[in-house]
Design a protein around this ligand. Structure first.
Ligand code: ZN
Length: 278
């Protein structure tokens, strides 16, 4: 029988808020107290800054089967926590829950649709506290749609390599308290070549290396500040054909896909997040 992870993604916003000494609006999901307590202890206090890295579609079984791919993530974090993705297991649903603390019925995104969120998000909480925030995402990322219209800076780049370079530039500039990064080279490769294809595995390695480069630069510029660093995927992927009917993704031509997500299958649902402090 399948064993699904228990912690829901909606706790992500609360973990970030708690670790930074902030509060989400009333009625939003709380963080996970022991996680934020460990992070604050290791950091020596609440974190002033955060870099939140979202490698799209990296499922837990990729971590189970190809653990050494994650060595660069382990080197720069101190805690891994299993999470279960949202229903449905599509990026806009998952990231809306992660950045609000709400279930899909609370934020209103249930499938692959990308309306601008009108509810309060983690970004709004951060901005209200005077934090300077940047979203750095691949072209046409869900982040650029559902979190549009906020008083923050948006940066768009074509691939995970360009994102790495831009991330280093933004950190070097010292202008931002919080940077959310969304790359989906693995998601693209897994859709077109299969979740365990060499193209997919290469993309996970590339994104993990980028994460380490970012961590190294934060460390070298620490200067008395405490930074929360997370590696936080949204959902996994299953091989197409392994489960019968594939889910509909609005506006997406799935006919050439060898990997897909959006179902309640364990490959789509089980993910692992990594947390650390610098
Ligand atoms: Zn996808």
């Amino acid at each position: 029988m399948d064993h699904f992870n228990s912690y829901q993604l909606k706790h992500f916003a609360g973990i970030v808020a708690d670790t930074m000494g902030l509060s989400l609006p009333e009625g939003y999901a709380k963080g996970i107290r022991w996680v934020s307590d460990i992070l604050k202890n290791r950091a020596g206090g609440t974190c002033d800054r955060a870099v939140l890295y979202h490698a799209d579609a990296v499922g837990m079984y990729m971590w189970q089967q190809y653990t050494d791919l994650f060595a660069p993530v382990y080197r720069n974090t101190s805690l891994s926590v299993p999470f279960i993705s949202t229903v449905s297991s599509f990026t806009p649903v998952a990231h809306a829950s992660m950045y609000t603390g709400l279930d899909p019925k609370g934020h209103g995104i249930h499938s692959y649709t990308r309306p601008k969120l009108e509810c309060s998000t983690l970004f709004d909480v951060l901005i209200a506290q005077g934090k300077k925030v940047a979203i750095l995402a691949q072209d046409d990322s869900t982040f650029l749609h559902i979190f549009a219209g906020r008083d923050l800076d948006y940066f768009e780049e074509p691939n995970a390599i360009c994102i790495q370079e831009k991330a280093l530039e933004l950190i070097e500039s010292d202008k931002y308290d919080v940077i959310s990064i969304h790359t989906f080279d693995y998601d693209n490769a897994a859709h077109f070549y299969g979740p365990e294809s060499k193209e997919g595995i290469n993309a996970i390695a590339l994104e993990a290396d980028g994460f380490e480069r970012i961590a190294n630069l934060i460390r070298s510029k620490k200067d008395g500040k405490r930074t929360l660093l997370t590696y936080s995927p949204d959902h996994g992927q299953h091989p197409v054909g392994s489960i019968g009917d594939e889910p509909e993704a609005e506006g997406v031509d799935t006919s050439r896909f060898k990997g897909m997500h959006g179902t309640k299958k364990i490959e789509d649902m089980n993910i692992v997040h990594f947390f650390g402090t610098i």
